[in-house]
Design a protein around this ligand. Structure first.
Ligand code: MV4
Length: 464
């Protein structure tokens, strides 16, 4: 906002989210001297974020479609409380361009990118085209597939194995792997009908498939005054069914030289596409260490703290400042000077054997502490975890001078974490941190699957 208008930091931010990320946003606003409005559903009346925000508004019943996803209720809550901006957090409406547009039309500021930038990066084919234009590495792929014969021709050209992906998809939903020419027609049919119902857009495209890749993502932060920062990468391969379990920064396979090369290309793509907020570019890394652009997430991510721990940047504070039109004030370097190593474990309320959510009353709650340990939690002892939402309770983040020391610190922190009354995945994390592949840093997106299959051979007791 260059010009005669003076820059005005927000007075009050409405947080269109719940749980640990709502708490994270409350904390950022507090430090900026901004008032906070929590919104909540009936079952979240006593949730932690409601207790910590300055004001709270009940916006509807438990089903998210009638509360956290209900745009008219959110706008009404902002108007009633006099909020001048809305932070969407992650999930829910965070990547909904229509919501960003409505917020803006109501005279409020959406704390995120413009609706146009969200639409561009949310469209996987337009994202691929932009990536190609600005020099981001891509796997061989097709344009939108028009019929089965087109899919077969493109698969032959790209080579096998290939993968069919939804143009409007993301996060792993609606994908089909094809290993042989005979499978292409059926995979195309299945993927297109799934895409039509899941994303209201039947269009799919093909891409060369990488077996057991690593998931590596780069954090970007851009303001509205032309500054773009690339704050290094996170290694996020440890996931199960597209749900990340544990993330770290930096990625062991990344060198300073490589990071600087990637930062230069990413910075250009972000700038040229008019992207002006916090964002993440996801890449696959193959066995040779080559990186390929997959998609961009136009929101704050669950795993953002590991980047905060190694860069010292408060990403949510900077995201809010950028949305207010302020210029980011970070040292003038393409790549941040990294300090040490950080690891995050996502603590979920779930059955240790089946991974099914395990809602219920938390009877005892003692989070870990001590040097180098951060806990971003959305719960407290005595509270009942509702069944209506995802089962993330808290995140344990550790930092240490080296990866080895960070692993030791995380094991110690997990051993301290006491959560009574419900089951959690703390013991799973603790055992993963003893796994040879994890300890060596050689994990891929297949590691957790392999680990769980091995564990089935020697069942654990239920005290997990
Ligand atoms: C791929 C792939 C292999 N080759 N694309 C899954 C989520 C979405 N962001 C992209 N995904 C993948 N795309 C090609 N061409 C493998 C995956 C994938 C994956 C990616 C990141 C993290 C975990 C994953 C688990 C299974 C598959």
């Amino acid at each position: 906002m260059i010009g005669s208008d003076s820059i005005q930091m927000f007075r009050k931010v409405l947080i269109a989210n719940r749980g640990e990320i709502a708490m994270r946003i409350v904390r950022a606003c507090r430090e900026l001297g901004i008032g906070t409005v929590a919104v909540h559903s009936d079952v979240d009346a006593h949730a932690l974020h409601v207790r910590f925000a300055d004001e709270a508004v009940c916006i509807g019943p438990a089903p998210a479609a009638k509360s956290y996803l209900h745009i008219p209720s959110l706008i009404a809550a902002a108007e009633i409380t006099g909020a001048d901006a809305i932070h969407p957090g992650y999930g829910f409406l965070a990547e909904n361009a229509k919501f960003a547009e409505v917020v803006q039309q109501c005279g409020l500021t959406f704390i995120g990118p413009t609706a146009d930038a969200m639409r561009l990066w949310g469209d996987k084919l337009r994202a691929r085209a932009s990536a190609a234009e600005f020099g981001l590495p891509l796997l061989p792929g097709s344009d939108a597939i028009v019929d089965a014969a087109h899919a077969e021709r493109e698969a032959e050209r790209i080579g096998f194995p290939a993968i069919v992906k939804a143009r409007g998809g993301g996060g792993g939903r609606g994908m089909r792997i094809v290993r042989r020419p005979e499978e292409v027609k059926r995979a195309w049919e299945a993927a297109t009908s799934e895409a039509a119902s899941a994303f209201a857009n039947p269009e799919v495209f093909l891409e060369r498939y990488v077996e057991s890749p690593r998931h590596v993502e780069f954090q970007v932060l851009a303001d509205r005054n032309g500054q773009v920062w690339v704050l290094g990468e996170r290694e996020c391969s440890l996931q199960r069914r597209h749900q990340k379990l544990m993330e770290e920064s930096p990625c062991l396979q990344m060198t300073d030289e490589r990071r600087a090369e990637m930062a230069a290309v990413i910075r250009r793509a972000v700038k040229e596409t008019g992207y002006t907020s916090l964002g993440t570019l996801e890449f696959l890394m193959d066995a040779n260490g080559a990186l390929y652009f997959m998609e961009m997430n136009t929101r704050v991510q669950v795993e953002h703290p590991v980047t905060e721990m190694v860069t010292g940047v408060d990403l949510v504070v900077e995201q809010i400042r950028a949305a207010a039109g302020e210029t980011l004030t970070l040292p003038s370097k393409d790549v941040w000077g990294f300090r040490g190593h950080a690891i995050e474990c996502r603590i979920m309320a779930e059955d240790p054997d089946t991974f099914a959510p395990w809602p219920g009353k938390i009877t005892e709650y003692h989070p870990p502490g001590g040097a180098g340990v951060r806990v971003d939690s959305g719960v407290y002892g005595g509270w009942t975890v509702p069944s209506a939402y995802d089962s993330l309770l808290a995140k344990v983040i550790v930092s240490a001078p080296t990866r080895e020391r960070a692993i030791m610190r995380m094991r110690r922190a997990l051993d301290e974490f006491i959560i009574g009354g419900i089951h959690t995945n703390i013991a799973l994390h603790r055992r993963l941190l003893e796994d040879a592949e994890v300890c060596a840093g050689s994990m891929t997106t297949s590691t957790v699957e392999r680990f769980v299959a091995e564990r089935k051979l020697k069942p654990t007791n239920r005290s997990d």
